[in-house]
Design a binder for this molecule. Structure first.
Ligand SMILES: Cc1cc2nc3c(=O)[nH]c(=O)nc-3n(C[C@H](O)[C@H](O)[C@H](O)COP(=O)(O)OP(=O)(O)OC[C@H]3O[C@@H](n4cnc5c(N)ncnc54)[C@H](O)[C@@H]3O)c2cc1C
Length: 335
């Protein structure tokens, strides 16, 4: 077992919420460390490469596709990311709403990498228990490391945070436990499909279908992030995902390719299927974060921590950013 040096704040979850909180705290001189079970930083800001042959590699944004902004504090961050060419405006409308939509320039994961660049981040580090004592929090990881901090922030999807707390024998007040158990998420089955030829998706690279099976399709080649492969991301609807969660991959692929064939217009030469159990919150906690002082601060944050559901069920990244901002500000004022 190894013990890392004690930090002010240990953050479990390196999605955008944890990354935003860590940046705000570090700017105030509060030392943080982030633990994430993933191989890459950013959580649902997810990008994957599928090498097919010497000349063909597909690059897929396969989690969040684009985000919108309504809050002035988030707009300030977005303006900074635009100025630094980390993100770009993808479209000026979402459905029938005239509202700018943004995406990562190189990929969506590149926004996560940018936010992590000055932080202490531990990837492939799964927290398996959290212990609270007079001297602070100790987070034990699967690989046998111990991370210590005075404060613990957890930004995993709520059911994962609840499992971690339960496995640690940590009891939440029953009213809070039942509120947290009321938080739920939409699932999303995603196909990362590599095409033989360029797709027929409009030149913007993005299309909302919203029929029973397919919510959106995106051409990562037209978007500019997959120059060496005609890489298409197909996100199924929650309804299709609920109905087909346990269906074999081959059948799912057949159904989703069939529903999108008019827009693909090409043979699929390679594919992968990814099941997102928690894609966007369906029901939310009702506050931008949860803080417990017992005796050391425990904060729960992330996209499900918001006063109200998102205006559109797919556009929840901004909620995660706001939760990160507001939880960090709470701690900043307390310390
Ligand atoms: C398929 C899909 C499509 C989407 N499309 C859009 C869209 O178009 N527009 C939009 O606005 N939003 C979209 N979203 C939602 C958006 O991506 C999320 O709202 C946002 O990224 C959530 O950020 P977060 O920091 O709250 O959580 P996450 O990004 O999930 O971060 C939580 C992190 O916790 C880590 N973790 C969990 N358990 C542990 C553990 N035990 N130990 C260590 N680490 C752990 C995970 O690895 C993860 O990195 C989409 C999401 C998905 C999946």
């Amino acid at each position: 077992m190894t013990l890392s040096s004690k930090k002010d704040v240990v953050i479990v979850g390196g999605g955008i919420s944890g990354l935003i909180a860590a940046n705000i705290l570090e700017n105030k001189g509060i030392k943080t460390t982030i633990l994430d079970k993933g191989r890459g930083i950013g959580g649902r800001l997810a990008t994957r490469r599928i090498p097919h042959s010497e000349d063909i590699t597909g690059v897929f944004d396969y989690g969040m596709q684009l985000f919108t902004v309504t809050d002035a504090r988030v707009q300030q961050l977005v303006d900074q990311w635009l100025a630094e060419d980390v993100i770009t405006k993808w479209s000026n409308e979402y459905g029938d709403r005239k509202i700018p939509c943004y995406r990562g320039c190189e990929s969506n994961r590149s926004l996560g990498k940018y936010l992590a660049k000055d932080l202490d981040v531990n990837l492939q580090t799964r927290a398996i228990s959290v212990q609270n004592s007079d001297s602070g929090w100790t987070v034990k990881t699967e690989s046998g490391q111990d991370f210590q901090g005075n404060i613990l922030i957890m930004t995993c999807p709520v059911p994962q945070s609840l499992t971690l707390l339960k496995n640690s024998g940590f009891l939440l007040p029953s009213s809070i436990q039942s509120r947290l158990e009321g938080v739920s998420y939409y699932p999303c089955i995603t196909i990362l499909g590599l095409l033989e030829k360029l797709s027929l998706i409009p030149n913007s690279g993005w299309l909302t279908l919203n029929n029973y099976s397919v919510a959106t399709i995106a051409c990562n080649h037209k978007k500019g992030i997959s120059p060496q492969g005609f890489a298409v991301t197909i996100h199924s609807t929650p309804e299709f995902s609920w109905d087909h969660w346990d269906t074999d991959d081959e059948i799912i692929v057949e159904k989703l390719l069939d529903s999108t064939s008019n827009w693909l217009g090409s043979k699929v030469i390679d594919y992968q299927v990814h099941r997102w159990r928690y894609s966007q919150p369906k029901t939310v906690y009702g506050e931008p974060f949860l803080a417990l002082e017992n005796p050391n601060s425990l904060i729960l944050a992330g996209d499900a921590f918001s006063e109200t559901p998102a205006l559109n069920r797919y556009l929840t990244l901004e909620k995660a950013v706001l939760s990160g901002i507001k939880s960090a500000q709470y701690l900043e004022n307390k310390m």
